[in-house]
Design a protein around this ligand. Sequence first.
Ligand SMILES: [Fe+2]
Length: 496
Amino acid sequence: MLSNLRRCGVKVPLTRTFATATSTQPRSPYYAPKKEGDISSAFASLSSSEPTSFPARFATLKSSLIRGHEAALRSSWSRLLTTLPSEINLITASGSSIIPTLEFSEIKNHSRLLPFSRCLHKRGVAVIRNVVSEHEALGWKEEIKEYIAQNPQTKGFPPDRPAVYELYWSPGQIKARAHPNVLETQRMLMGFWGKKDRDTLISTEIPVSYADRLRIRQPGDSAFALGPHVDGGSVERWEREGYGKGGVYDAVFKGRWEDFDPWEASCRLKVESDLYNGAGACSMFRMFQGWLSMSATGPGEGTLLVNPLFKLATVYYLLRPFFEPKNADREKNGYLDEGNWELAEEQSSVLQGATMGCTQELSDVLHPHLQLFKTMIHVPDVRPGDYVAWHCESIHAVDKMHAGKGDSSVMYIPACPLTEVNARYLVRQREAFTNGTPGPDFPGGKGECEHVGRMRKGDIEAAGGEDGLRAMGLGNWSSQLESEKKIVRVANSIVG
Ligand SMILES: [Fe+2]
């Protein structure tokens, strides 16, 4: 394996050893290569990984997070449980219509943007229509299918009938990531984030590329059934060396969840969301995960579900581990009642749904008040060329069964701002691109290094010109904005 990796140009450290996803101690932030695998490696429920039995240090951590704030926490939990039912009723009644949509042609139309932005702010998810033409999006799909046909060694999940391919550098992906309209859409969406510290080194005006996978899911597939989950690590959200580095959730752990602002970017730049070298971690700062559709797909047809409770859901899964039911019989009336739940006298080490090195998963059993069975809402019908984006903290899932008649196909294209960390990732990703191996966050191996028809730098330039190249760290940025000049200077010195 190592010789294969080196043959593909991957720098494999020879002397250091690393903590792996099976370790129970956090690694020091260091860029260890990932094991070979597929998307199932990221999910305890899809892989053979048993949910973590948590080391005792998590009990100590949980106690220390809330020490001195117990009364405020009890009261905040009570406010949360009181707020959830009406929001759940609203979501259930609205269905997919609660998810805001906007035509790409209107992304600079302020009268349309205003109601859209209010909705996006509250729900954390949006659909942007016709970012590219149907013709172009369908053309990309055909090019990808041709690329797969030319390279039968292409891996995917499930292995025998892939729905998600281990492809990062196919023609469609390269062209879509560099497309001016895709970059413009990302710019618009990232503009919804703010920064409390004006000196924060970030530019939401400069989107950078994160090379993720693609999905071509055939009707009848039930293997690629991702349950409700949140990307960007799991236990790290509670760990001081994880999200704690930026104090992202301090207000929540102190009993002031109303003060938590999911759209505040300054605190996120310090976050370490991958302490266990996990396959499901994203080490770029990704403001939105997103995909560009390559098919006409409706609810139930192998598509995405999201949880529009958004901030309330985040607060709930963060606080859930601190509370326990007095009567744990789920079948009994009153199980969910506020009066049946109390702050644990002694904190256990359990973090419901978290698994070290894997994505945060959620379930009706572990997170009963979210009523996921009715609050996970399908995104509306999408057409080829539509872009769907959801906040990096949103709970999302994929249809358990693809009950449609045509393929359900997307390219995962998140929206990432220019930051120092992201520029450093771009350097490593750029090397992976040159070598044809998966990006640094993804399961390693040969990837596409021997694939016929793999895209090169000239293909990026042809698709997106200078902006397309810059998004991949293959050119230098500039900015007229005084507030962005420093990050541009820093990032340019990183990418060289
Ligand atoms: Fe995900």
